[in-house]
Each structure stands twice: as structure tokens, then as C-alpha cells.
Design a protein. Sequence first.
Length: 185
Amino acid sequence: MKRILFLASALLLISANTFAAPPGDQPSTTEAFVEKSIEVKEVYTSQIGVRELTGKNDGVQVQAYLKTVGLGKGYAWCAAFVKWCFLQVGIKTPTNGMAASFHNPKRLVYFKSRFLHDPQPGDVFTLYYPHLKRIGHTGFYDGRLNKSIYYTVEGNTNGAGSREGDGVYRKYRSFKATHSISRWL
């Protein structure tokens, strides 16, 4: 029933989408997209509560995430978490262990405080850190709380929202603080 309600609400959002972009440039919002969005959401929400073993980017599940990007224990793993979730439902991406690899300029739905399309669960956000002079964190957009705040599910964070945390958490993020949201489905 929950899946049917999500599908129905997603289809309503899709039918309300009035953006007009050239074919190939507009992120997918078909029924196939809705189904994949549901599948990806089921995977990433199933991981909420995974924690590092010793707080040093380690543990059985964290190392499974890292393996998908060719890295071993000890590396930051937010991007590896996103890639692992996609792979669980058969979505292959040309991404790597860097959060910046999930910024998809050809499939942006939100960029630098501007909505290009309506974000959907399963889209991927990135955060830019001025002191690093680069994108330094990524995770899944999971829904909108209000016009300023959205829900996420992200790995290698913590209760405070750090980019170097200890597990997979459900968080709140500000659109204003978000660099981009991209669609990979």
C-alpha cells in the first residue's frame, strides 16, 4: 500500500511538472523512473542505522560500499554509499569515490539556488565547501519538508551533519546550502 501511495504521489508530481527542456537534457520523469525511484529509496532507507565499526571509515557494510568504487577501509565513503545503493537496483553510473562525481551537469534538477526541475526521491545532492574549494559531500534527496528544507539519507555523516561522520543517517538539509541536485535514474 505504501508503495502504491508513493507511486500515485510521484505520478501527480510528474504530471504537474511544467518544465520544457530539449529532449535528452531533461531528467527522466516516466513511469520507469518512478519505479526505479521507489527501488532506490527502498535500498537507501534500508541502510539507515549502518555505523562504522571503530569510527575510522571501517566495518563490514562500510567496506562493501567502498568496494564499489575500488577503495578499501579508511577512505571517506559518502559517494561510495550512493554508488552502492544504485548498483543494488542495477543502475550503473560513471561515478567514483569522490562526492563531486555525483554532480551531473547534464541532468541537474537544482543548481546554485535555482530549481530547474522538481527534485524527486533518489536524486542526488552535493554540497560545496568553500574552505576545500570543491564539492565535499553527497547523498540522496528524499523529499521536501518545506520551501527551504529537504530530507536526505546520506552516508559518512553524523547527527550534526558532518561530512566525516560515522554512519548512514536521515538528515535535513537546506536548499540554500546545497550546491546541486542531479538525477541519475
